[in-house]
Design a protein. Structure first.
Length: 161
């Protein structure tokens, strides 16, 4: 049996940072204000105070202090609160990758899907955003409306790993 633990960390503010126009100017303002570049597609970046997780070409999930991001975006995008609509679940232990393969269409077992990587995928018919936290843990961002069903699916699947 493969060990995996599924937990739901305490709710924390979560925002969507989306660029609509002039991405080069936003990226330049972002780096000047934050001291690091916007993460590339499929990657995360940041600090203890602010973490951005990129899942789409011009969309990032943001955890942490967003106070400077409105000025960074200016009229070129939007920063939208999404905390109430998404549940973060942490899959940890040696079996988190195997569990993600159950009902999924993404190769979570690939060694290139490592700490700091992110992916958008479907698991058991649910839109899921994944962020690898460490070798032993991955956060799954799940729509609130599907979170109970997906949690049940994962708990049942974990029994057979």
């Amino acid at each position: 049996m493969t060990e995996v633990t599924i937990t739901t960390p305490p709710a924390a503010p979560l925002h969507v940072f989306e660029i609509w126009g002039n991405p080069a100017a936003v990226a330049k303002r972002f780096k000047a204000a934050m001291g690091f570049a916007l993460p590339a597609t499929g990657q995360s970046g940041g600090s203890d105070a602010l973490r951005l997780i990129r899942f789409e070409p011009t969309v990032w999930l943001v955890e942490g202090d967003i106070s400077a991001l409105g000025d960074v975006l200016a009229e070129d995008g939007a920063l939208t609160a999404t905390s109430g609509g998404i549940v973060r679940m942490r899959l940890s232990g040696a079996g988190w990758r195997t569990l993600l393969m159950e009902g999924g269409v993404f190769d979570a077992e690939s060694p290139t899907f490592a700490a700091g990587c992110s992916a958008a995928t479907i698991i058991d018919h649910v839109n899921v955003r994944l962020h690898v936290v460490s070798d032993d843990a991955c956060d799954a961002y799940v729509p609130l409306s599907f979170s109970a069903g997906l949690l049940h699916f994962w708990k049942e699947a974990a029994l057979s790993l």
